[in-house]
Structure formats: C-alpha cells, structure tokens
Unconditional design. Structure first.
Length: 198
C-alpha cells in the first residue's frame, strides 16, 4: 500500500507544480502569522501546508473517480480498489487535526474541522447542482486561502488584515494559474489541471 500511495503521489502530486505552490503558501502564512522566522516555524508551516494539500488532493480525486473513468481512464485511482485510499484519507484528516492541536490554538482546530465539513457537504450537496466552471474556478479553489489562514493561525498570532491579504493573494494566484492552464488545454484533451482535480 505504501508503494501504491507513493505511485499516486508521483502521478497526482508532482513537486514541479506543488513545490512552488507550497512555498508560496508557506511564505504567505508566515508573513500573516507575524511570527519569528526560524527553522522550526518554516518546518512547521511546510509540514502543515503539504499535508493539507495532499489530503484535499486525494479527497478530490476519490470524489471524482467516476468522472475520471471516462475522462482520465489511465489514472491510478481509476484502476485500483479505492478502500485503502479512503482509509489513507481518513488518516491524513486525523493527522492534520492532531498537528493543528499540537501547533496552534483551538480556533485552528475548529477552523480545519469546519473546512472538512464544508467540503464534505460541497461534494455531496453543492457540486451536483452547480456548473462545472463554478465548481472548478470558485468553489474548489477556496481551500487554498483557507490553508494559508489555518497555517498562519497555527504558527503565530496573525492580524486579520494580514490573513485577509495573504488569503486573497493566494486565491488570485490559484485563479490565475487555473485560467492560464485552462487556456493551454485543448478542448477534449485529457490533460489534468494540476492544482485542482479537473
């Protein structure tokens, strides 16, 4: 299972794309946190950001498995039994909650629980009711500014103004990336978007 999950990460969590995204999130979170820039805070913010991105990336891929059977039949999650991956997702969610509990105040834990609940409801109630464009370019990208806010709260005592500014910058960057990537994707081509699922 470890090898299978490693194969999934190589396929769907490429460092060439997610490395810069993680660095941008960490920079925004630490700037918003107004905390001393030490090796410990950088490691803490990087670990939290990376694990949050992996959790929500995997969650999105699992939720979209039936769509991928048609659009991306070569992907790993389409070709294997997914129950172990759902267990990994649950473990990641619990790990992230535990790290928030160790790293930050109770508001960080509550915030992450709310984010999980919002996306659980969105996958089941909202997505079937809204156009794909709104889902891809508005709803799904909401998680990235949320990551910055959560990590900032976990790593320091941020001001509302800085958290808001960092979150808006991250959201704008995510939207810009997805728009540019979408323009490069030919109609009907089975090319996955990198920051979200497709």
């Amino acid at each position: 299972m470890i090898q299978l999950f490693a194969s999934y990460l190589r396929e769907r969590f490429r460092l060439a794309v997610f490395g810069p995204a993680i660095a941008l999130h960490v920079a925004g979170a630490l700037w918003a946190a107004e905390t001393a820039l030490t090796a410990l805070t950088v490691i803490q913010a990087t670990a939290l950001t990376t694990l949050l991105m992996i959790q929500f990336r995997l969650w999105d891929d699992l939720e979209d498995r039936e769509r991928d059977r048609i659009q991306h039949p070569g992907r790993l999650l389409v070709r294997v039994e997914t129950r172990p991956f759902w267990r990994i997702l649950a473990a990641l969610a619990l790990l992230n909650l535990a790290l928030m509990a160790v790293s930050g105040p109770s508001v960080a834990i509550i915030g992450l629980m709310l984010l999980n609940l919002i996306f659980w409801l969105a996958y089941r109630q909202l997505r079937p009711q809204i156009p794909e464009f709104i889902w891809r370019f508005q709803v799904l990208l909401f998680k990235y500014p949320a990551f910055v806010a959560l990590v900032a709260v976990a790593c320091g005592t941020p001001r509302v103004g800085r958290v808001t500014a960092a979150a808006l910058i991250i959201y704008a960057c995510a939207c810009a990336y997805e728009t540019l990537h979408d323009e490069k994707t030919q109609p009907g081509a089975a090319v996955p978007h990198e920051l979200h699922h497709d």
